[in-house]
Design a protein around this ligand. Structure first.
Ligand code: MN
Length: 427
């Protein structure tokens, strides 16, 4: 089915500011709360939030087979479960409805009043009920940097790394949308030179610059999906900040990997940008050497050119950009991650989320965590207000942005922005 929604010549009758992440060619999906306390599935054009539930009630999706309440829900799970054909039909239809040449909704003030909201008047929610969350570790630069710092500079990558998209199972219970603050966690740590651990607030809170993809129903238990079939099961992507407590992580991670250092909070951007919208930004990833095992081999372009940046904003100061990276640096692709995930028959469902792993580029200004940017705290990062950071301070806000850009169109994610608060105190 053609993706007519991607037509670069189409303009919308809704105003789209220059350099907006959300031109009519994007049409992401999300869930928002209106001032009247109505929760609905929606999309976004420019700085307008569009109520898809209201559009459906007004019959704008006539001819597309949808359950009656498909968009009058507080999650996208049912829509995502319907599969790629439905996603394409709906995105194509939304593009038609908001096409500058189409008068049907454009000239119907009554309908517009119930369908269109200003972004500032809605509150973005978590877009999906995330059943299972897996976080990969797929940036060779990140894995090498961490290996150099914590293990052996000569053998920074562990022997399995070039053969397996390494990952771990995270917690979905603490995944939150942009804007929700995060409390500094308490935990057990072992200070340098000590033999006995202590319990208290983490002293080294870090971000991890990541993206994540959200799947539809992929397989039944026991079934493996071949790598060249996995892409059709990926609905779209978000930005992800995998908050990490490095001191807790260092003490707890042996031998089973990350646990409480990671699952106190994971922040995501609220609009899911579809793989269809990202299609023009397909690119080849790095050469994989040694050649992966046959079940992970793929030809062609399976990575995406997505510009990423991280800023730290202290309270009452301007944000400072501390890292600029790109998703295309990732060694393992999303399709390889998903093929590997199902290779043992593990079931992957609609609304599951897979984190990319920290996205570090080849140069020191493109590293995706404070751990790497400061090289373990040796080189603090200077902020524009004159202060320095080894890690994130209380009341700092971490802002991650991402967008794709070519000569014709810009497709962006908006941002995931979250403030770190002091430890939680029960009132
Ligand atoms: Mn991570």
């Amino acid at each position: 089915m053609p993706i007519t929604a991607n037509d670069i010549n189409r303009k919308s009758w809704l105003e789209v500011p220059k350099n907006s992440d959300f031109p009519i060619q994007n049409i992401p999906f999300g869930v928002f709360l209106t001032k009247e306390n109505v929760v609905t599935v929606g999309t976004r054009i420019g700085d307008f939030a569009i109520d898809l539930g209201a559009l459906q009630q007004l019959n704008y999706f006539e001819g597309i087979e949808l359950t009656d309440d498909m968009f009058m829900q507080d999650t996208l799970n049912d829509f995502i479960s319907d599969g790629q054909k439905t996603w394409r039909l709906v995105r194509n239809r939304i593009a038609e409805i908001f096409d500058a040449e189409n008068p049907v909704l454009r000239d119907n003030t009554k309908h517009k009043d119930v369908v269109i909201f200003k972004m500032e008047d809605v509150e973005m929610q978590l877009p999906v009920l995330i059943g299972d969350y897996t976080d990969f570790y797929s940036s060779k630069e990140h894995a090498t940097n961490v290996g150099k710092m914590f293990r052996d500079p000569e053998n920074a990558l562990l022997p399995n790394w070039l053969h397996i998209p390494v990952g771990y199972h995270g917690r979905s219970s603490t995944i939150i949308p942009s804007g929700i603050p995060v409390h500094r966690p308490l935990g057990q740590t072992l200070a340098a030179g000590e033999t006995n651990p202590v319990f208290g607030p983490s002293k080294s809170i870090d971000f991890e610059l990541e993206t994540a993809f959200i799947t539809t129903d992929v397989n039944i238990m026991g079934e493996s999906i071949p790598v060249d079939e996995t892409e059709q099961y990926i609905f779209g992507m978000v930005l992800l900040n995998d908050w990490s407590a490095r001191d807790i992580q260092k003490w707890e991670y042996v031998p089973l990997g990350p646990f409480l250092a990671k699952n106190f909070a994971t922040s995501i951007s609220p609009w899911i940008v579809t793989m269809d919208a990202l299609e023009p930004f397909r690119t080849a990833g790095p050469t994989q050497e040694p050649t992966p095992l046959p079940y992970l081999q793929q030809k062609g372009k399976h990575s995406f050119d997505i510009n990423l940046e991280v800023a730290i904003q202290p309270e009452k100061a301007e944000p400072t950009i501390v890292s600029k990276s790109n998703f295309k640096y990732m060694y393992w692709t999303m399709s390889q991650q998903l093929a590997h995930h199902t290779s043992n028959g593990c079931r992957v469902n609609s609304g599951d989320m897979m984190g990319s792993g920290t996205i570090s580029g080849p140069t020191p200004d493109s590293y995706g965590s404070m751990l790497e940017l400061t090289w373990g705290g040796k080189n603090p990062v200077k902020l524009s207000d004159g202060t320095e950071r080894k890690f994130i301070n209380d009341n700092d806000t971490v802002i991650m942005k991402g967008f794709c850009q070519n000569d014709e169109v810009r497709i962006g994610f908006g941002e995931v922005s979250s403030k770190l608060l002091p430890p939680f105190v029960k009132k």
